[in-house]
Design a protein around this ligand. Structure first.
Ligand code: SAM
Ligand code: FES
Length: 347
């Protein structure tokens, strides 16, 4: 089995049968330590001990979509909805810049209130405030024309997880109005326009199997995104999946290790969801090959309202506390937060 990891480290791809074999043994500690060691070596070789940092601004929790897993889905009438103003957003980026953030991620539900012009105004304003910063958008499925407009207005990167590469599984996670084909088309459009593109999936989402996970890995090795965000599925009490169990730490870490070997220079975050299922989750993610963290820059007053899943961490801390806390945590494992844009760079 270790031989498969050696092949993956060299060739950056495997067959479905090989991935399946590895995944079924993800709890074998000897194997996972071997994988993490290789993944860490790969990351350290390319990025040193610097962890790229993205300031996450959750600027709206209104969403017209209805994903069964998500706490801000349209049908959740218990959600307290909010939108940040341009001034709110600029004050987040200002605070973030002084702390050392050089990438801002604007994330939100699919909120019709923010028309393309408004998004472009936000992008232009941030770029004129901080021309040396990168902006990542994560606002869901849009037309190619909209993506082109955002790119011209200053968006550098786009995060859109494919969620699952298996058709039947996609329809178990989403209502019929949402399609995998459309989701993938968005990813192809984004890449063609010139964005640094991120995709990804939840680990342990309801009805996921090792087989569907292999399809995710095959999709990623073929699509070659610049970034891959994965984190455990965590149930939210006001969604149809409230009684499903969360994804596990061991499988999430194992997948981070595999992804590092598939995409040696990929930008792979140790996500907040990972830090939510285990107090040391983000550190463990980095030691399994991740090289990005995305602390929250949203105003503390709205943090709890951007509730995608239960018990999300860091909803009470100010941005400065998050930066200091993460830097301390990273120091303890021999890493530190980088003060730069942290762009993707080709091998
Ligand atoms: N609306 C945009 C989109 O769909 O890409 C961005 C926001 S969306 C809430 C961001 C990501 O949160 C989703 O891609 C999904 O994978 C993740 N997410 C949603 N509900 C979750 C849950 N219950 N547990 C873990 N992750 C979740
Ligand atoms: Fe908003 Fe899924 S519920 S995109």
């Amino acid at each position: 089995m270790k031989a498969l990891i050696d092949i993956l480290a060299k060739e950056h791809r495997l067959s479905k049968a090989d991935y399946l074999l590895l995944l079924t043994h993800h709890q074998d500690e000897d194997l996972s330590s071997y994988l993490f060691e290789k993944a860490r070596q790969t990351a350290n070789h390319l990025f040193g001990h610097q962890i790229y940092t993205r300031g996450l601004i959750e600027f709206t929790n209104y969403c017209k979509q209805d994903c069964y897993y998500c706490g801000i889905r349209r049908s959740n009438t218990e959600a307290a909805r909010y939108r940040l103003t341009l001034e709110d957003i600029l004050s987040c980026t200002e605070i973030g810049y002084h702390l050392g953030f050089r990438t801002f991620v604007l994330q939100g539900g699919e909120d019709g209130h923010f028309q393309d012009d408004t998004i472009c105004d936000i992008l232009t304003a941030i770029k004129s405030q901080h021309p040396n910063c990168a902006i990542t958008l994560s606002i869901g499925e849009k037309s190619r024309l909209s993506y082109e407009r955002f790119f011209k207005a200053g968006a550098d990167r786009y995060l859109l997880r494919h969620e699952t590469a298996n058709l039947a599984h996609y329809s178990q996670l989403h209502p019929a109005s949402q399609s995998l084909e459309q989701r993938k088309q968005c990813l192809y459009d984004l890449k063609a326009i010139g964005y640094q593109v991120g995709t990804g999936f939840m680990v342990g989402s309801p009805y996921q199997t090792f087989d569907t996970l292999c399809e995710d890995l095959l999709f990623i090795q073929d699509f070659k995104p610049h970034m891959v965000g994965i984190g455990p599925f965590i149930p939210h009490q006001a969604t149809p999946f409230k009684d499903h169990s969360a994804g596990t730490l061991s499988l999430t870490l194992f997948l981070i290790g595999l992804l590092r070997l598939i995409l040696p220079n990929g930008l792979i975050p140790a996500t907040t969801a990972l830090g939510t299922i285990d107090p040391q989750g983000r550190e463990k993610g980095i030691l399994a090959g991740a090289n990005v963290v995305m602390p929250n820059l949203s105003p503390v007053g709205v943090r709890k309202k951007y509730s995608l899943y239960n018990n999300k961490i860091c909803t009470g801390e100010e941005a400065a506390e998050c930066w200091a806390c993460l830097n301390n945590r990273l120091k303890q494992i021999g890493y530190s937060l980088a003060v730069n844009r942290g762009d993707f760079s080709p091998l």
